[in-house]
Design a protein around this ligand. Structure first.
Ligand code: HEC
Ligand code: HEC
Ligand code: HEC
Ligand code: HEC
Length: 371
């Protein structure tokens, strides 16, 4: 007995230290962000915030180039998207994307330096589509990115592969008699859901497929049969896994978008929730219209375990900040990225999917807001 107490005297502090190592070191500051008494507060740690700030500084833009002189498409041989720029503007754009995407590797990351018109490197083919994708975000997703907009730097931050992308997780196969049973896509404490036991792939159902996110019924047990709300706890867990990803990506609490008195209510929620609603549709659109069709363009080593291409989620742009780069408006210094380029002769035959409008986004959100 004596021995037991003797050993617990040193085991207990060690255990406590191990447990606490998983916690955030104080101080913690809370900032009120909604009506008094609603508990709508954001919790920050100034130490972590300082680190975040250094990650989210926007680089300087080069001074604008002259729009005078011959057009890029008249001078160069294989320009399909940026042909309307002057040669000066085109060259400025090339210098900018090199700094944003491949500062170590330089022009050779996308180009065969013997022949700049050559499309043999996959990186150049991907980059051309990325230019169109960036234009599409800035022109057609203003409901999310406003006039702040995005540039290649928003996602790439000087890396050829953005720091935050997602792939479909590997299938986990258990035999029917396995002791572990079927995990049903959860209980793995995975980083995608901030080490919670929630479903570890919040992305496939919501940021690629269009699975319903809403789980609350409007009226308790009022309807039966077809009309009944049959949403299960299991489905609600999937919604929560997406919400944890969204909170984590933006570095905010649930109360940034919800009055937690009523998670469902749009009228009681801060306006950021509507922005987030469009963000979900935007990420889905980018993944389906731009990333997925590029799958075959990428070499095998860039693909995930299931052979799928790297895809976009909230963290790809936000990287821990409530607005990417804390809202620095870089895009306005790059007017070539603000409007969807008119299709060149080659593209005119088959209109690019970039022209497709974000069909489902607007009306539903407005309707939802009026509820
Ligand atoms: C991230 C990829 C990428 C990097 C890095 C890059 N380029 Fe390009 N470059 C492209 C793409 C894509 C096109 C085609 C644009 C289009 O179709 O509108 C292109 C086209 C060109 C062309 C036109 C060639 C022709 O005759 O069709 C020139 C010139 C050029 N780039 C120069 C440069 C220079 C100089 C650098 C380095 C400072 C550079 N590029 C870095 C992607 C890149
Ligand atoms: C919304 C986020 C986003 C924006 C904006 C964006 N990209 Fe990308 N980019 C991605 C993702 C995701 C990938 C896939 C990562 C991979 O290569 O596996 C990618 C891949 C690439 C690659 C291939 C890199 C490699 O080594 O495989 C190039 C080149 C590239 N982007 C250039 C650009 C250029 C140029 C712009 C701006 C005109 C741009 N991107 C804007 C998300 C973005
Ligand atoms: C960045 C904004 C944002 C954050 C942060 C956020 N949510 Fe949400 N939440 C939304 C949006 C937008 C929807 C509606 C999605 C839709 O209808 O497509 C939603 C829906 C929900 C729903 C379903 C409501 C219904 O109608 O059934 C629940 C529950 C929920 N959120 C819980 C949470 C929890 C818990 C957290 C914190 C872990 C959280 N949310 C953080 C934006 C956010
Ligand atoms: C293509 C890049 C990109 C992606 C992907 C993206 N966002 Fe954003 N988001 C932005 C930009 C840029 C802004 C700033 C808009 C502005 O200044 O008005 C923003 C603003 C927001 C805001 C408003 C913040 C405020 O204080 O007003 C919310 C909320 C938000 N995003 C949530 C999300 C969620 C949730 C996702 C994933 C479902 C997401 N975003 C994905 C680029 C992105």
């Amino acid at each position: 007995m004596n021995l037991f107490y003797k050993s617990i005297r040193w085991v207990a502090p060690v255990l406590a230290a191990v447990l606490l190592a998983g916690c955030e070191r104080p101080p913690v500051v809370s900032v009120q962000s909604g009506y008094r008494g609603t508990g709508m507060e954001q919790v920050y740690n100034p130490r972590l915030l300082a680190k975040q700030a250094s990650l989210n500084a926007a680089p300087e833009s080069q001074p604008p180039a002259s729009a005078e002189g011959p057009k890029a498409r008249e001078v160069f041989q294989n320009v399909k998207v940026l042909g309307d720029l002057s040669v000066g503007e085109f060259t400025r754009h090339m210098t900018a994307i090199t700094a944003w995407v491949a500062p170590q590797e330089g022009c050779a990351y996308c180009h065969n330096l013997q022949n700049l018109a050559d499309d043999s490197k996959y990186t150049k083919v991907v980059a051309r589509r990325m230019i169109e994708m960036t234009q599409h975000v800035n022109a057609d997703w203003k409901k999310h990115v406003g006039d702040t907009g995005v540039t290649c730097y928003t996602c790439h931050r000087g890396n050829p592969v953005p720091a935050q992308v997602w792939f479909a997780p590997a299938d986990r196969k258990y035999t029917e008699n396995s002791l572990l049973g079927d995990l049903a896509g959860q209980n793995l404490a995975s980083a995608s859901v901030k080490l919670t036991s929630l479903p570890f792939d919040p992305f496939t159902p919501y940021l690629k497929e269009d699975k319903p996110i809403r789980v609350n019924g409007n009226e308790a047990l009022k309807f039966t049969g077809e009309a009944a709300n049959r949403t299960s706890t299991k489905q609600a867990e999937h919604t929560y896994s997406l919400m944890v990803h969204m909170s984590d990506s933006l570095g905010v609490n649930c109360t940034f978008c919800h009055n937690t008195r009523n998670f469902q209510s749009w009228s009681e929620a801060p306006p950021q929730r509507v922005t987030a609603y469009h963000g979900i549709r935007m990420a889905r659109d980018l993944n389906n219209a731009y990333m997925e069709p590029l799958t075959k363009t990428f070499p095998a080593e860039r693909l995930g375990v299931k052979g799928d291409v790297a895809k976009v989620n909230c963290a790809t742009c936000h990287q821990g900040a409530y607005k990417p780069l804390y809202g620095a408006a870089m895009a306005k210094n790059h007017p070539e990225l603000l409007a969807v380029a008119k299709p060149a002769e080659a593209a005119a035959a088959a209109p690019a999917p970039a022209a497709a409008a974000p069909a489902d986004a607007a009306p539903k959100a407005d309707a939802a807001q009026k509820k």
